[in-house]
Each structure stands twice: as structure tokens, then as C-alpha cells.
Design a protein around this ligand. Structure first.
Ligand code: ACO
Length: 328
């Protein structure tokens, strides 16, 4: 059995349509100045007609397979991290499996909100380490803009749509996931949620009228939890990997809010020039934010073969996750 699961392919996909802060100024009582100073976001991508979570995720999956030089027939598992599936049932990973023509592959979704990529990386790596899988296509994709009340300025300025994907294959050399720390605080689940549409509160005309199918969030409370848990789990992931903060080439954090990222970096005592930020262009793409940032970091030469990166994320649930990966 392999000791490691190397990332042998990577790719991303974002919709063409861009929604700027100026566009939002025409929709709700907000301003470019408020959004930029409170979040760091300038614009975000929004899916158009005919697009969905599965179409965006399939595009990212294809890019990752191309980069790995693999045909879809080589994949034995398609795993999707999402909390905004095409439909409540069946798993969106099955739609992607069919779209890719990955006939040999098992397919399932995992849900851990914005922490989904790091959670899923741990699951996919464990499958490979155990010998249960050899070639995993792991995609993280969210289309939060379909769960947003476009009249609610507290949430509508924050999110964008996107997908990021990796191919994982066995390796005897240290590569891929080196250490991982996952956490959750279910008693805080109501800090951020979509209430209607599940078994607890099936969608009715009355609930739809009340807008209960949309996401709500206590941003201020989540902010505090996010900084604390991302910093603490990052330090633990470094400790488990036996690495000092100086040995990490790049931190790739969840892209929710620049102030959260800066406060976390400060607690970690890692300067911002070693922290990757792209939320100004994409906003919070939920589970996709870490892999999109990772792909862009690699393409910009900010993370090279043999270097270590620290991934850290936080999201609804509440959930959080930090991991050390070795690139190449
Ligand atoms: N434009 C203008 N004013 C606004 C806007 C807006 N878009 N949104 C809120 N405000 C107002 C509020 O109404 C409030 O006004 P008041 O003081 O008169 O009541 C004021 O701005 C300050 O609001 P706060 O909520 O205190 O603003 P804060 O500085 O906390 O920023 C934000 C809000 C950006 C949401 C921040 O708290 C945040 O980023 N939180 C974390 C979000 C997060 O990480 N979520 C989890 C991940 S997502 C997932 O899991 C899928």
C-alpha cells in the first residue's frame, strides 16, 4: 500500500459572467468602499443560464485530468465536495461521472461547506493509502449564488461560484497530504444555514415566500470562530508534519474575507507575502476557494515541486480544517 497520495493533476473553472461591486451598488444599499474595506472583494463570478454545480465541476475535473495526462476511464473514484448540489438527490458526483465518461468510477458527494476541500482531500488520500483507490478525481465546487437572497446585503456581496479539482495517485515519495486536522462544532450550526428544503423543514409555498430557502449568516460571530480555529488547527497541522512556520513556502487559506486571512496570518506569525489571496476577483467560492487559490498559486510559480503549503479553511457547520501538503 502506498504511503502517500500525490497530486498529479489540477485544474479550476469559474463562470464567465462577472458581477462587480458597482453592479451590487445598483441592487442593494451597499458601496464598493464598504465591500472592499470589510471583505477585500472587488468582483465575483456568477453562473449563467444552463450552468450548474455539475457543469462547473465537470469543467474543472476535465482540466485536472488533462494536466495529469489521464483519460476519464482511468479514474476509480469521483468525489465532489459541495453544499450546493444540482439536486438534493442523487449525488452530483454521479452527474459528473457520467459527463466525464468515467464509467469505472464510484461516485459520491461530501458536505463540509467551505472546509470541504481539505475534508475531502483527507478522505481521498485515506482511500488511496488504504489501497481502496488508485486514481481519484476530487473536485470541490459550490454555486452559492443560487442560495442567496439578492435583496440581503449581509450575504449577497460575499459569494461567487467556482470549482477546483485535483487528481490523486499513489506515491512512495512524500507528496500530497502530509498532515491534516479536521474539526467541527455542530452546536453552532445555526450561525450559518439554509433552513428550508431539507427533511426538517420541507420547502412549502409559505416558507419560500419567507425566503427560508436562502442562506443566512451571523457574520460577526463566524469571523471570531474562523480566526481562532484556522490559526489553532494550522499550528497543530504544522506540529503533526514536524515543520516550522518558516519551512512552509505558502499559506493557502479559505478566501472568505481579507481581514480573516490577515488576522489568521498574524496569529500564525507568517507574513502576508507568504499568504495567497485571490478573493478580490472571486469572492467566497465556499469549498472551491482553497483549490482555486492552490491552482492559481502553482500557475503563478508561488508553489513549486518539493515545497510545503499550509491549507486552512473554515465554514458552516461549523467546520474547520487545516493541512500541510507537499507539492509535486
Ligand atoms: N453594505 C453596507 N453595509 C453593510 C453590508 C453591505 N453589504 N452588510 C452589512 N452591512 C452593515 C450592517 O448592517 C452593520 O450595520 P449596523 O452597524 O448599522 O448594524 C454594519 O454594516 C457592520 O456589520 P457587521 O456584520 O458587524 O460587519 P463585519 O465587519 O462583521 O463584516 C462580514 C461582515 C463581511 C460578513 C464579516 O463578518 C465576515 O466576513 N464574516 C465571516 C464570513 C464567513 O467566513 N463565513 C463562513 C464561510 S462561508 C461557508 O461556509 C459557505
Amino acid at each position: 500500500m502506498a504511503k502517500y497520495a500525490a497530486i498529479t493533476g489540477w485544474g479550476m473553472a469559474v463562470p464567465e459572467r462577472t458581477l462587480t461591486n458597482a453592479d451590487l451598488e445598483r441592487m442593494v444599499a451597499t458601496s464598493d468602499e464598504w465591500i472592499q474595506t470589510r471583505t477585500g472583494i472587488r468582483e465575483r463570478r456568477i453562473i449563467g443560464p444552463g450552468e450548474s454545480t455539475s457543469s462547473l465541476a465537470t469543467a474543472a475535473g476535465k482540466a485536472a485530468l488533462n494536466r495529469a495526462g489521464l483519460d476519464a476511464s482511468a479514474i476509480d473514484h469521483v468525489i465532489l465536495a459541495t453544499c450546493t448540489p444540482d439536486r438534493p438527490f442523487p449525488a452530483t458526483a454521479c452527474t459528473i461521472q457520467a459527463a466525464l465518461g468515467a464509467r469505472r468510477a464510484a461516485a459520491f458527494d461530501i458536505v463540509a461547506a467551505c472546509s470541504g476541500f481539505v475534508y475531502g482531500l483527507n478522505v481521498a488520500t485515506s482511500l488511496i493509502r488504504s489501497g481502496a483507490a488508485r486514481t481519484v478525481l476530487f473536485i470541490a465546487c459550490d454555486v452559492f449564488t443560487h442560495f442567496i437572497n439578492w435583496n440581503d446585503r449581509n450575504t449577497c456581496v460575499l459569494f461567487g461560484d467556482g470549482a477546483g479539482a485535483v487528481v490523486l495517485q499513489p506515491s512512495d515519495e512524500p507528496a500530497g497530504l502530509i498532515s491534516c486536522v479536521l474539526g467541527a462544532a455542530g452546536e453552532q450550526e445555526d450561525l450559518m444555514a439554509v433552513d428550508a428544503g431539507g427533511t426538517r423543514l420541507p420547502a412549502t409555498a409559505e416558507l419560500l415566500e419567507q425566503g427560508r430557502q436562502y442562506v443566512y449568516m451571523n457574520g460577526r460571530e463566524i469571523f471570531k470562530h474562523a480566526v481562532r480555529e484556522m490559526a489553532e488547527s494550522s499550528l497543530e497541522a504544522l506540529r503533526l508534519a514536524s515543520l516550522t512556520r518558516e519551512e512552509v513556502a505558502l499559506v493557502v487559506p479559505h478566501q472568505a474575507n481579507l481581514r480573516i486571512i490577515e488576522a489568521t496570518a498574524k496569529r500564525l506569525e507568517i507574513p502576508m507575502d507568504r499568504v495567497f489571496v485571490n478573493l478580490d476577483r472571486y469572492g467566497n467560492t465556499s469549498a472551491a476557494s482553497v483549490p482555486i487559490a492552490l491552482v492559481e498559486a502553482v500557475e503563478q510559480g508561488r508553489l513549486r515541486a518539493g515545497e510545503y503549503a499550509l491549507l486552512t479553511a473554515f465554514g458552516g457547520g461549523l467546520t474547520w480544517a487545516s493541512a500541510v501538503i507537499r507539492w509535486g
